[in-house]
Design a binder for this molecule. Sequence first.
Ligand code: ADP
Length: 399
Amino acid sequence: MKILVINCGSSSIKFSLFQEADEKIALIADGMLEKIGETESRLLYRSRVDGKLSPASERGLKAEDHREAFVPIVDALRAEGPLAHCDPDAIGHRVVHGGETFIGPALVDDEVLAQIRSLCPLAPLHNPVNLLGIDICRKVFPHSPQIAVFDTAFHQTLPPRAYRYAVPEAWFERYGIRRYGFHGTSHQYLTMKAADYLGCNPHSLKLIILHLGNGASATAVKNGNSIDTSMGFTPAEGLVMGTRSGDLDPVAALYAAELFGIEQTRQDLLHRSGLKGLCRTNDMREILVLEAKGDEEARLAVELYCYRIQQYIGAYFAILGGIDALIFSGGIGENSPPIRSRIINELECLGLVIDDCANHRCGEILEIQAEGNRTKILVIRTDEALEIARQTSSALRSI
Ligand code: ADP
């Protein structure tokens, strides 16, 4: 069975093709078309040849919009590629917002499309473009079932005390203003991967998961379920991120809106805040270099970034009553030993101690706690596309 996974963003389309056989899923091709609508777009593509993934090929082309962008993607997969003689058996789509409606993957039909569309006001930058990807794929591959996999679904197990805001009830009842949580596909993948690695049933595990990429979130997992998470009504709440502020006094945002207007405040909070707001760049590699050269703004940015993460670890440690493992993932969590050690170094009081040598190793899964440390500290490479493929396959089997 061949499963195509599509992640349709505002200016890029990521795609991955998986082959499933004997309950094993393997990547056979993937790539990305980026800079849609710009003067020149770029297609990156690689496929498995003789059991190994080829180096990515790269070519410039013109793609005015998403419909045009799908043409070279489908051509690459079809022309002597893995879809040369067949269409995908199923297509899994990343959809950012599933609201309270979707607690798992859904086979796309007209009703599901209407429900996803009704959630567009809650995710105006994401759901419309996710819907566009589904619409295009339905036309290009009319015989392939389409499955929607939601970023919010894993967090639908949050109890009301974690998902409600203490605001007038009508905000929630009438307008859906509550915490939804995001990055759910990644947190779900990491939960299963940690359980598999530790040789435990996920339903017996207590975890704190840190997904630290450009967007960043922390999740408390109990018995395999998300019981709290740092992102809220939108992916702007919680940790300090690449360009988003994370937690902020709501009245400070109102005051800024009075000073600068709503639109500039929105742009500032989403695109000019976080690490970028504190020290002009959101690339943690550059920030660490600047800090090493004595840049005071970079030093504060790293301190604040790690401090906020420590606050969430402390809070989740308390509500979970201790943990089996702390997990680092995402671009920064997977690749930055100095950030991992700065976060852990002040958490000895929680029984978390890092092994400096193990922290500098590379691999798909690292175990970096000091010897004798009961609580595991793991570094796990996340794979949202694989998780979407898995959920697509299981949704298909349950039809
Ligand atoms: P996204 O949320 O866009 O998927 P990623 O998970 O790919 O982002 O993470 C991107 C971030 O990871 C970059 O902004 C960069 O700061 C950070 N990063 C990648 N490699 C390293 C590294 N070796 N050291 C520190 N940060 C890194």
